[in-house]
Write a protein that binds this ligand. Structure first.
Ligand SMILES: [Zn+2]
Ligand SMILES: [Zn+2]
Length: 227
């Protein structure tokens, strides 16, 4: 798909960036590199597991694409412990967030990750990005995640309206949300919301009446694993 898209547009692929080491994100490396001679870039800590990595990435590194595009590497552990997100240096930033942040959801942590680290990544990094940042995750789970949001917060009108729109949308034309929208529709950014907490306490009766945000996040992640 990447090769076809590049050919259609007359672009030369010179770099392949893996957000993390899972095979659904790295499985195309060899064939794409054979076809293009491109260099492979990935989190420095994931390089040994991926193999064939030409440039190990760390927080603050900048990937230059063509003459004008700059992508800044964020070190975003949680889904795995060696995961990068890429933030474009553009008037309206774009975030390529792999399996860390999904539209209306968060990545799972049961294949090499840790929900506490994912919480730290959400709170100390993602939530602080500009509100207008456009979100481009590695998978399209919007409708299913909105159903989870509405199960947490049945009165969330933004989530209900977006789900209604999604049901009439061509699946090939994925909806792109902004971080501002995510904060309205994504339970993992709504850790102080009274409805989220009340519903969570129905599932986890041992939770205190005013759980801290980390506790809410970790329980939401746990609940989503079985939901
Ligand atoms: Zn993954
Ligand atoms: Zn994935």
């Amino acid at each position: 798909m990447c090769l076809d898209a590049a050919r259609r547009r007359g672009w030369e692929i010179t770099q392949i960036v893996n957000t993390h080491e899972h095979s659904d994100h790295t499985g195309g490396n060899a064939a794409l590199q054979d076809a293009t001679g491109a260099k492979i870039l990935a989190h420095a800590g994931a390089a040994a597991r991926i193999g064939g990595v030409d440039r190990g990435l760390k927080r603050g590194d900048v990937i230059r694409v063509g003459r004008t595009v700059e992508l800044e590497c964020l070190d975003t552990p949680g889904h795995t412990m060696t995961h990068v997100c890429l933030l474009s240096h553009t008037a309206q930033p774009a975030l390529y967030c792999g399996d860390t942040l999904f539209n209306a959801g968060a990545g799972n942590c049961y294949n090499g990750g840790d929900p506490h680290s994912l919480y730290d990544t959400f709170v100390t990094q993602l939530a602080r990005l500009p509100e207008a940042t456009r979100v481009f995750p590695g998978h399209e789970y919007l409708a299913r995640n909105l159903e989870f949001t509405l199960d947490r917060e049945p009165e969330n009108r933004d989530a209900a309206a977006l789900l209604e729109r999604e049901r009439g949308t061509d699946p090939a034309a994925a909806t792109v949300t902004t971080l501002a929208e995510e904060k309205r529709i994504n339970s993992f950014f709504r850790l102080e919301n009274p409805a989220v907490i009340a519903r969570l306490r129905e599932r986890y009766p041992d939770l205190p009446e005013h759980p801290d945000a980390r506790t809410v996040f970790v329980h939401l992640r746990e609940l989503r694993n079985r939901w």
